[in-house]
Design a protein around this ligand. Sequence first.
Ligand SMILES: N[C@H](CCC[C@H](N)C(=O)O)C(=O)O
Length: 276
Amino acid sequence: MIPFRKMHGLGNDFIVVDARPAPLPLSPTRIAALSDRHRGIGCDQFITLERPEAGADVFMRIHNPDGSEAEACGNATRCVAWLLMAETGRDHVVVRTVRGDLPCERLAGGTIRADMGPPSLAWQEVPLAEAMDTTHLPIDLGAVADPAACSMGNPHATFFVETLEGLDWQALGPLAEHHPLLPQRANIGFAEVVSPEHIRLAIWERGAGPTLACGSGACATLVNAHRRGLAGRRARIDLPGGPLELEWRLSDNHVLMGGPVATAFLGQFDPDTFPA
Ligand SMILES: N[C@H](CCC[C@H](N)C(=O)O)C(=O)O
């Protein structure tokens, strides 16, 4: 049996397994089966903790429920940071991902804040299929158009809308996720700018669909809103699951993202029950 912990940040939920003591028999197929909400445990992302090389407290591998691997996950970074803080008693830990080291800290009130690093703004780095200005993509889906794109390690495109009220973003999300301009697909944000310090955001995640919150998506939204002149460098971003506090720091170009984390339950599963 393999023990797991079910965690979430604002309802963006994760199965977390610990492969630090020994590697676990988890193929993408098995991860997809475990991530199924009806036939498995269910989650937005499947998180595997691995032993890091020197310089970080843990290596975090991220899979989507379709079995694909993601380069970044802000809410899981905060959940895993909390776990490491509970293990070590420290208020600062470093979570390593395939895209680099993410320092995290515990703030007053239990908020966990992750330094998600600098955004990538060049078209090759999002990536987009061809050279263009990443603040305006020629994507027109009728009800929404003209998104901005950036990478937080993983690809994001943000549509700015007058209001989320009545917008069928769950139908538009998959069209944008699979648009030919986005060869690695992308996480798709629908952002209603309430004021320069306050944004409402709905997210259609690559490989996962609609989620209650997306940390890297909130980072990308602040970056894209700021580049479009719609927001300052700090904002509260309200997602369906609740608010995240964002800052795109001027001094070092890093994006900081803070919010709550929670454990829902602990459990165990028999890997042989799921296809290998
Ligand atoms: N929920 C995550 C993002 C998952 C991104 C994943 N869907 C991808 O394919 O990049 C977050 O809090 O940042």
